[in-house]
Design a protein around this ligand. Structure first.
Ligand code: 13P
Length: 251
């Protein structure tokens, strides 16, 4: 099955608004013909980024969302707020949210549901810690993250979701999972999607890899059968690295 590749830059807590504008002005000339390119700036930069990329193929997406509609949740951002400025996609379940902000699978499940109820597309992140891999628990862990966090969605609700497999030990460490580990896990994830939602959707859903993707390894990773692109952290902050990674996905 021919799935269009996706490359999404997760800027995390980096870039001021000025830096973001500067980056986007350079990014605008990126050739994105056969790749879905997305950037996820921080909340303060979102609206400006959307205005700047208004007539571009590059999509501006959010890094997080709250699961309540509105109310006394100091510091949080709602689905409606995101939609109102033109955001259409949100990252949910990043390991940094799980780890530093105690977002459990059941909280994430509520976030996913809120996003989908508001017609926002979701990039749902999963991934194991090194100790879980070393103990041989990584498959079980990934299965549980999907089951509890994502698989509560109905077949209709899940249609616009993308899964990002990001082994925690490969994030920001320069240590990429090897091609065998990546393909094996992506195949496993696709099989779980198939078991739950059937072969049609399992062939359609895009599964991204994240964790120290760089210009030097992007092409190899993106050529794996069940890898449909990447979620890029550090390298997405450098325009020439990010461009190279997008071109690697362009085939
Ligand atoms: P790095 O590319 O910096 O390893 O980060 C990956 C990531 O967490 C993307 O969401």
């Amino acid at each position: 099955m021919n799935r269009k590749k996706m490359v999404a830059g997760n800027w995390k807590m980096n870039m001021t608004n000025d830096e973001s504008v500067n980056f986007i002005n350079q990014l605008k000339s990126t050739l994105v013909k056969n790749v879905d390119v997305k950037i996820a700036p921080s909340f303060t930069n979102l609206y400006n980024a959307i205005l700047l990329l208004d007539s571009s193929e590059i999509e501006v997406i959010a890094q997080n969302i709250h699961y309540e509609d509105k109310g006394a949740f100091t510091g949080e951002i709602s689905a409606e707020m995101l939609k109102n400025i033109g955001v259409k996609t949100v990252i949910i379940g990043h390991s940094e949210r799980r780890k530093y902000f105690n977002e459990t699978d059941s909280i994430l499940s509520k976030k996913v549901k809120k996003a989908v109820d508001n017609s926002l597309k979701v990039i749902f992140c999963i991934g194991e810690e090194l100790s879980e891999r070393e103990n041989g628990n990584h498959f079980e862990l990934i299965k549980n993250q999907l089951k509890t966090g994502l698989f509560n969605l109905s077949e209709q609700e899940i249609q616009n979701t993308v899964i990002a497999y990001e082994p925690v030990w490969a994030i920001g460490t320069g240590k990429t999972a090897n091609n065998h580990q990546i393909q094996e896990m992506h195949e496993f994830i696709r099989q779980l999607v198939k078991d739950k939602y059937g072969i049609g959707f399992s062939e359609k859903i895009r599964i991204l890899y994240g964790g120290s993707v760089k210009p030097i390894n992007a092409k190899d990773i993106f050529s794996l059968d069940d890898v449909d692109g990447g979620l890029i952290g550090g390298a997405s902050l450098n325009i020439s690295d990010f461009n190279s990674i997008v071109q690697a996905a362009n085939g």
